[in-house]
Structure formats: structure tokens, C-alpha cells
Design a protein around this ligand. Sequence first.
Ligand code: TRP
Length: 332
Amino acid sequence: MSERRVFSGIQPTAGSFQLGNYLGAIRHWVRLQETYQAFYCVVDLHSLTVPQDPAELRTATMTAYAQILAAGVDPARSVPFVQSHVAEHAQLTWVLQGLTGFGEASRMTQFKDKSTRGGAESASVGLFTYPMLMAADILLYRTHAVPVGEDQRQHLELTRDLAQRFNSRFGDTFVVPEAHIVKETAKILDLQDPTAKMSKSQPGGCVFLLDPPKVIAKKIRSAVTDSETEVRFDPAAKPGVSNLLTILAALTARDVETVAKAYQGSGYGALKADAADAVLAFAEPFAARVRELLDDPGELARVMADGAARAREVAAPVLATAYQRVGLVPAG
Ligand code: TRP
């Protein structure tokens, strides 16, 4: 096992992960735990940056955690945990807020998007400081690589800047992390509008992994393609067909060109049917495992507590060093 560390986080907002979350993120988490010391976090504190329903947040956090395990994140090999269980995340965030410029934070495009959507006046201060909490997540584990989507690149740049700033002001404390952006399946597209990314905000074109198999199959079989008949991987000219090829290739561990060749002359029907089968071959046992985990909340809580304890072992001394370096007097 290498000593190199990987950290990633996912928000517990949706009840069910969607196919894009799995293929674009969680699948890579599972792979990376083979070669890295991996920390995977359900970032429930990040969910407090927008209005939340307490009962829903609790359920979503448990469900997200169960889904990470069901997808193959193995507590024997990596450290899956819940952000709020490790107080050091909130504590380091405060230190990093003092190092972040107001202007610098104002330039975060995700904040600009999210705050203008709901009206800038109603956006919370938490939404504004969200990237510093994310930076704390990463820096507490002296992380080397952070698997994230393209949309998080700017937050990762800020994290790198804050690590460098802290190190040069107060002495070498944090590892400056690298983004680990997976290109091929980084973008699974909406099945009804293959010009947009698959997103739970457009449920019609989005496959939720915990949905009934019939619903999943129907969504894939009714995916929008184009008026030709030729199966070819060409994301610009044929986004719908290419998206189905990407999904099928990822789930059957083949490359898209190989998969495309297999459908030459057979039309879109066969491709859709096989893509639906491949998704169900993953989703059905996945959903069964999630149900099993959620049916035993005592055991789930035990695994969560164990993850939190192991995360804290790494995070606590890093926070203590940071506190000491900035001039806080140790409590004991
Ligand atoms: N902001 C990330 C997202 O929305 C989630 C996240 C929080 C994260 N903390 C993180 C991702 C740390 C990577 C590392 O996708």
C-alpha cells in the first residue's frame, strides 16, 4: 500500500445516486482504493449551505453512505466517513477563512451561479465559504490526489493556493494536492437532452440507481438518439448514441470504439437494449445491497463510527500543527 493519499467527497443531497455519480465518480473511488490510502467523505456539513429539511438530510446521509459501500468502497481498505463526525473539518475551515481574500472567494463561479439563481440576497454566508470547508476536507489528510469533476477544478485551485499560502507564511504543513480529473466518463449526458449533463434536476433524462428496474430500463430504451441508423462514437455529431456507448463501455470494462464496432449494422434498438441490461446488471445487486445495509442501522452506525475514528487519527494531529503554527495556545 502506497502512502500516497486520495480524498474525495460527495454531498448527501439526493436520495439515490444517479448513473452519472457512479460512472463519473464513485466507480473511480473504488478503483483508487487499490493504489492509494483513500478517504471518502459524505459531506453533510456542505449540505447546510442551502436550506435543508433535517429528517431528509439525516436519511440522505445514511443512504449516501450505504451507497458508497454498496458500490464497492471497502472499509477494510479505505476510510469512508461522515464529515460532521470529524470536528476538525469545521475547525480548520475557520483558519482557512482567515487566509482567504473576500475578492478571491467572490470569484468562485459556483458561488456566483448558485447565489444568483436563488437571488443574491438570500444566499447564505455558508454558501460563500463552502470552498474553504472543501479545502479543509482535503488539507486535513495531507492529500495528494483529489478525484473530482471538471466543475470542481476552481475549488481545487483555491485549495492549492491556500495550502501554498499557509505553508509559506507559517511553515510547511500541508501537502499541495493535485486534481485527478477522469476524462472519459467525466460526463454522462441527460438521456432526453444529450447536450446537457445528466443531473437529478432533470429527472426525465436521469437514471436513479435505486429506482425500480422497470423505470431504469424504460428510461434507457427511450433515450433520445438521432435520425440516422449508424452506431458510431461521435460525441459532437451523435451525442445521444455516443452517450449510450460511453455508458455501456464503462459498465462492461471495454473501450467505446470496441463497443461501437460490435453494433455496426445492428441499429439503435440493440444498443439501447444492451445498455439497459448493463445498467440493470449493476443497479439491481447495488440496490439490494443498499437495502441490506439500511436495514441494519446499528451495523451501519458502527462502520461509520469506525471510519470517523480512523479519519480523526489523521486529521487531529494535522489540525493541532496548523493551530500551533498560526499562534493559538495549546489547550493542554
Ligand atoms: N464540492 C464537491 C462537489 O460538489 C464535494 C466535496 C466536498 C468534495 N468536499 C470535497 C470533493 C473534497 C472533493 C474533495 O462535488
